[in-house]
Ligand binder design. Structure first.
Ligand code: PXP
Length: 237
């Protein structure tokens, strides 16, 4: 069974709507930990649209399970990661205008800056994972950078419109997982996975961890809404 990493960015998205304390992503992370999550993922974006610097400091302090900091290679963010020393750093491409991370990192053309970032993070004892599309050339490039892990982008699988295209996308992930393992990498996957499509990915041999956020936070709103209304109604009464 692969491990489950829970991404809590969208708890912070909701909080940032009001810029007050609620809902607190750190309290959410502790609940995820209690519910059996194997790690917590949070993306400290350059524009700070959801997770804030103080959140990552608190997460590092209170979590008993590994904290996986998702991040770009912007120098400011790399500096924060080096001081924070999360268990893992997952490097992703970041564009200001995007709603969420859109594609995998181009490790082949990542150049000196990506290489230096990986070295700096590894020197701090941080496991480095590269978020990549299921492409063997990207895996080869990741191996040549000496990182310990990759995360295969499952977006194309999750968004496939037909059974045939979904099967094709899954096959790619199956092949890439086997290839990554064969090349000595820890292979994780994530992005866009939902309750109805996660199982075929969870069954892939060699898959180490799945990182899932939006669908869990979305479902939490619904499974918790009834109780939340009842509690408020009791108070109003
Ligand atoms: N993995 C990576 C690298 C991501 O960028 C994201 C989105 O922040 C996720 C996993 C989780 O994706 P989702 O929120 O769609 O489950």
């Amino acid at each position: 069974m692969p491990l489950l990493g829970v991404n809590i960015d969208h708890i912070a998205t909701l909080r940032q709507q009001r810029r007050e304390g609620d809902p607190d992503p750190v309290a959410a992370a502790l609940l995820c930990q209690k519910a059996g999550a194997h790690s917590i993922v949070a993306h400290l974006r350059e524009d700070r649209r959801h997770i804030q610097d103080e959140d990552v400091r608190r997460l590092k302090k209170v979590l008993k399970i590994p904290f996986n900091l998702e991040m770009s290679i912007a120098p400011e963010i790399v500096g924060i990661a080096c001081r924070l020393k999360p268990a893992q750093a997952t490097l992703v491409p970041e564009r200001r205008q995007e709603l969420t991370t859109e594609g995998g990192l181009d490790v082949i053309r990542g150049g000196r800056r990506l290489q230096n970032t990986c070295c700096r993070l590894k020197d701090e004892g941080i496991v480095v994972s590269l978020f990549i599309d299921p492409d063997p050339r990207q895996i080869d490039a990741a191996v040549s950078l000496g990182v310990g892990a990759i995360e295969i982008h499952t977006g194309a699988y999750a968004q496939a419109k037909t059974v045939h295209s979904r099967r094709k996308e899954r096959e790619k992930i199956v092949r890439m997982t086997a290839y990554g393992c064969q090349r000595g990498l820890v292979v994780n996957a994530g992005h866009g996975l939902k309750y109805h499509d996660v199982r075929p990915i969870a069954r892939i041999s060699g898959m180490h961890e799945l990182n899932i956020g939006h669908s869990i936070v979305s479902r939490a709103a619904f499974v918790g809404l009834e109780r939340a209304v009842r509690e408020m109604k009791a108070l109003v009464k």
